[in-house]
Design a protein around this ligand. Structure first.
Ligand code: ATP
Ligand code: MG
Length: 315
């Protein structure tokens, strides 16, 4: 079976800007896939190529095996998109906007009305059905964009920063809705700047930078590349930093009576640390492992040269 998304050597330039520079990767059917990358990395451009809003300069892109240009209709009918920018017909009641959208994708009127109702209820703005888009609050607008993406019952749901600027409650509501859809078999492609969101939701993430894939991996695997911190509280402040002969330890320092150990794989190093400290005669009162965050690893991977060298190097 063809994957949900397959792209190979995808290229797109806007003047001098190479927005996509040989983008190659696949998203499996049923996957919850995250696209992470700094502003301008090419995420939205990629999505726009998939839905036919942007014409690629080179390479291939397929959705469920359908070429996004040669077989536009088949590809597009399978995608529901909640875009980053609002692009909604502002003058009609929102339930009508949804019915038009479903109709455009070949859904008959009665069925379109049923789906519009279901989608508005799913995102919790059914009571606003007769309101114009303009008159919704910012968070409701985000909810509406998700409803519009759902009204065609897509096999592939693409969410381009669906939770940008929304409150914590709405973010959790949206997560619940898309997790349920994914559990029901819908493939999800999500872009986000909230790393916590990617960590929590995605099976795999691709890190995109300057129009290319830097890495594709699971959030756990990526996190394991960062270093963890093991905090060990001792009963007394030692006179000097105890010398610890434990594999994986990168750095050891004292903060009062707490020994802070930076290590690769905090979970596996911690028992060895405890044993070693006990053996050396220290009394450990408390242990706390702070895992590396995906954010830390992500920032490392996409750091620009200027950011890496904040002082600049003039030659
Ligand atoms: N229509 C356009 N005309 C000219 N340049 C564009 C156009 N659309 C995008 N670009 C440029 O292409 C690059 C990639 O933009 P894109 O919107 O794909 O990034 P992004 O990864 O979605 O970023 P963000 O996280 O800010 O949403 C940027 O340098 C952007 O300025
Ligand atoms: Mg974008």
């Amino acid at each position: 079976m063809d994957p949900a998304i397959r792209t190979d050597g995808l290229r797109k330039a806007y003047g001098d800007v190479q927005a996509l520079d040989g983008l190659t990767f696949e998203v499996d059917r049923g996957e919850f896939f995250g696209l992470l990358g700094p502003n301008g990395a090419g995420k939205t451009t990629f999505i726009n190529v998939l839905v036919g809003l942007v014409r690629k300069d080179g390479g291939t892109a397929e959705v469920f095996g359908f070429d996004v240009e040669g077989e536009y209709r088949q590809a597009r009918d399978r995608i529901g998109l909640a875009p980053q920018e609002f692009n909604v017909d502002r003058f009609f009641p929102i339930h009508e906007v949804l019915e038009h959208k479903a109709g455009y994708h070949g859904v008959p009127q009665g069925e379109a009305e049923r789906r519009a109702e279901e989608a508005l209820k799913t995102v919790g703005i059914w009571e606003k059905r007769d309101t114009r888009f303009d008159w919704l609050s910012g968070g409701m607008k985000r909810r509406f964009l998700l409803a519009r993406a759902l009204v065609t019952e897509p096999e592939l749901l693409i969410l381009d920063e669906p939770t940008a600027g929304v409150d914590v409650q709405l973010r959790r509501d949206l997560w619940r809705v898309i997790e349920r859809l994914n559990a029901g078999g819908t493939t999800i492609l999500l872009t986000t700047h909230y790393i916590e969101e990617a960590e929590r939701l995605c099976d795999r993430v691709a890190i995109v930078d300057s129009g290319r894939i830097v890495e594709v991996s699971t959030p756990d695997e990526l996190r394991s590349r960062g270093t963890d911190q093991v905090h060990l509280t001792l009963s007394e402040r030692p006179a000097a930093v105890p010398a610890l002969d434990v594999e994986g330890v990168v750095e050891t320092r004292l903060e009062g009576s707490t020994l802070v150990v930076t290590a690769q794989g905090g979970g596996t190093v911690a028992p060895d640390l405890l044993r070693e400290l006990e053996y050396e005669g220290y009394d450990v009162l408390d242990l706390d492992i702070r895992r590396a965050s995906l954010e830390e690893v992500f920032v490392d991977m996409t750091r620009t040269d200027e950011a890496a060298e904040p002082m600049g190097v003039i030659q």
